[in-house]
Design a protein around this ligand. Structure first.
Ligand code: GDG
Length: 463
């Protein structure tokens, strides 16, 4: 069997249970995937060094070797906080109003991708499969090819791929997409993002897309398909049945004193639609006075990317908005929103999900959204809760039995909460069973196998 070389911006060792913190979806999914493969995980350590040396720090953890490098402050400013998180992240989430275009960002992005290529190339053996992840490293395969690597290389984009009409607002967009043709396989979360990519290739690059997923541009042919990511179902079900989860369940239920809990769990990011969610919930409280004091919203939102100003702004806005709603509606023995800016361990989270009658997962745009799937996995099969899900999350294409809403519409959010509260047990079970089957069967193992099979040359897409 060939080795698998995984390359992503950050290499995150799984955090010990109870430590909490915002472990991102990518880290959760990849640590699960790498447990099975003999291979190597390469990326940035998260540490800063005065001057880039290319020195690699090897570590072995639960059968996975990780190889990390440190970056310079300028790299972090221009590549990570700059091009990746101020330019590509907003643009790919359809927020061209927030995207910043700065030549130094683009230069830093190229430079760090070169640094990755330069350092990782000597670690790659001729028949290794190379799997590169996410928007930080789009041009990496092209950089590796320039250094003569003939390996099979795949790319998986965890976030949406924007429609051509938005993507063309990026200076040098053509170069970025052309660099993707250095891969053999390109994976997207959903058919929708795949369609945007194919549209761009046909309209902007004059390429051709075959019905079997092969994309041709000039003399390059690449397999592009949808591989929807799943959760580590096994691990998460075990967490949900653990002592820790039971304790967390009891703690939340005791503090709810018979009230229904609506839960939200999101990194503090504008793509997650938290402000719109709070406003939708506020509308619900206004429209259904009789329900006030019978429910509360528990919003867990660990901070992320503190260096980027937009994240500071969203934090301030949400503090203010939750305070305003609480001031307006609270009574001596009831607070409508419990807004918590801290992270919890996986067992705690699983217990909180199970103790919550409703989950509000309403991102404005999301590649997939693993929280929706975790909520489904954590439910009591005899008495499951109701998932309210944004139709703009990739997960909505799979979890069609959720109550799907437009996250921008206060009315739709309000109506969905009301409907969820009234939903008979029989309907809750029916909807949950269909979603559960998908979450269980199309888990992270299925995702990884589908992608790696395609990377090995047995082109099977995730559907
Ligand atoms: C990107 C894409 C795509 C959150 N708070 C805590 C905590 N979390 C965990 C959740 C979940 C993960 O973080 C978040 O995953 P998402 O999928 O919701 O979102 P992103 O971080 O934006 O991830 C996304 C994903 O990549 C995978 O491809 O689905 O669309 O944007 O697992 O549970 N975990 C713990 N404590 C917390 O407080 N332990």
């Amino acid at each position: 069997m060939s080795r698998l070389i995984v390359i992503s911006n950050r290499v995150a060792a799984p955090k010990p249970e109870g430590e909490g913190g915002a472990q991102g979806g990518l880290a959760v999914a990849l640590s699960a995937a790498l447990r099975e493969y003999r291979g190597l995980w390469f990326g940035w350590s998260g540490n800063v060094t005065d001057q880039f040396t290319g020195q690699i720090n090897f570590q072995r953890h639960e059968g996975v070797t990780s190889a990390t490098i440190d970056l310079e402050p300028q790299d972090i400013d221009e590549y990570y906080n700059g091009y990746a998180n101020r330019t590509l992240w907003p643009l790919f989430h359809y927020r061209i109003d927030l995207a910043e275009y700065d030549r130094s960002f683009a230069g830093g992005y190229e430079r760090v991708n070169e640094r990755f290529a330069e350092t990782v190339a000597p670690l790659i053996e001729p028949d290794d499969l190379v799997w590169i992840h996410d928007y930080h490293l789009i041009p990496l395969a092209a950089q590796l090819r320039e250094r003569g690597l003939p390996n099979r290389m795949g790319f998986f984009l965890h976030i949406p791929f924007p429609p051509s009409r938005l993507l063309v607002s990026l200076p040098f967009h053509e170069g970025l997409v052309l660099s993707m043709l250095a891969y053999d396989v390109i994976g997207f979360q959903t058919e929708e993002w795949l369609e945007s990519f194919r549209h761009y290739v046909e309209r902007e690059l004059g390429g051709r897309c075959d019905p079997d997923g092969t994309v041709h541009v000039g003399d390059r042919s690449v397999h592009a398909a949808a591989y929807p990511i799943g959760i580590d179902y096994q691990e998460f079900s075990e967490a949900a049945n653990s002592e820790g989860a039971r304790a967390a369940f009891d703690r939340l239920r005791a503090s709810a004193t018979g009230r229904h809990t609506i839960i939200g769990v999101d990194r503090l990011d504008y793509s997650k639609g938290l402000e719109e969610r709070f406003l939708g919930y506020r509308r619900f409280l206004e429209e259904h006075e009789e329900c006030q004091s019978k429910v509360f919203l528990l919003q867990i939102a660990p901070p992320s990317r503190g260096e980027v100003d937009t994240y500071e702004i969203i934090r301030t806005d949400l503090d203010e908005l939750s305070g305003r709603i609480n001031g307006e509606f609270a009574s001596v023995d009831w607070v409508p929103i419990r807004y918590v800016n801290q992270g919890y361990g996986r067992e705690d989270l699983a217990g909180f999900y199970r103790a919550s009658e409703i989950a509000l997962v309403t991102p404005l745009r999301d590649g997939m959204n693993l929280v929706a799937k975790e909520y489904v996995a954590a439910q009591d099969p005899e008495n499951p809760g109701v998932l309210i899900l944004s139709r703009f999350a990739g997960a909505a294409l799979q979890l069609k039995d959720a109550l799907l809403v437009n996250p921008y519409s206060k009315e739709e959010i309000s109506d969905a909460i009301h409907r969820a509260l009234q939903m008979p047990l029989e309907e809750r079970v029916r909807r949950w069973q269909a979603m559960h089957e998908c979450v269980r069967d199309q888990d992270v193992v299925w995702w990884r196998r589908s992608f790696v099979e395609a990377l090995q040359g047995n082109a099977a897409d995730g559907n």
